[in-house]
Design a protein around this ligand. Structure first.
Ligand code: ADP
Length: 177
């Protein structure tokens, strides 16, 4: 019998090279091109992407908006805003917002009939979310989505650094064992 995680793959590399229907961007609330993965996606998509996403004006953490992919191989880009980690604040709230960010991605992707999606490790760069905790939340949220929706969407987790890649592959191995 097929398992809910059979459509999940972990890739180590640059998300802009992904051959999928949709690439997810780790955007900021102002929807203005920033650094990290956001910079890489805007560079690869071309200047039209910044114009298209700015039409939404603003996006609160936990939410997401969708635009075309322009020069990318992907037809569309989901711009999702993750939480900014700050250990002196209510970190439980940050955890909930990270989960909501991934829920928003899956909801929007489902609504747009996206069959394959590439997702980076949102909030684990400049936004400083602890990578191990983020990976746990992402896996929980993703498996909950797959269990309730029975979705056949192919999910590619693009991990840029070794730590995230190792964390994600360990989660997948644990599920398979
Ligand atoms: P955030 O502000 O949400 O933390 P960052 O872009 O700073 O966003 O980092 C999010 C994650 O994206 C980090 O784990 C970083 O290593 C990763 N990343 C950076 N560039 C790329 C890329 N070209 N492809 C995939 N992941 C990337």
């Amino acid at each position: 019998m097929r398992k809910n995680y059979d459509n999940i793959q972990i890739i180590r590399g640059d998300i802009t090279t992904a051959k999928v229907d949709c690439i997810v961007n780790a955007a900021n609330s102002w929807l203005i091109p920033g650094g990290g993965v956001d910079h890489a996606i805007h560079q690869a998509a071309g200047p039209e992407l910044a114009i298209a996403v700015k039409k939404f004006r603003h996006c609160d953490p936990g939410n997401a908006v969708i635009t075309p992919g322009f020069n990318l191989k992907a037809t569309s880009v989901i711009h999702a805003v993750g939480p900014i980690w700050n250990k002196s604040e209510n970190t439980e709230e940050h955890e909930q917002v990270l989960s909501k960010t991934y829920q928003s991605i899956y909801e929007l992707a489902t609504k747009h009939a996206i069959q394959s999606i590439a997702i980076p490790n949102i909030s684990t760069g400049v936004y400083d979310f602890p990578k191990d905790l983020a990976a746990e939340i992402v896996w929980q949220t993703t498996l909950a989505f797959l269990n309730t929706s029975q979705s056949k969407m192919k999910i590619f987790f693009y991990c840029f650094d070794a730590e995230n890649y190792n964390l994600y592959t360990r989660f997948l191995q644990k599920l398979k064992s």
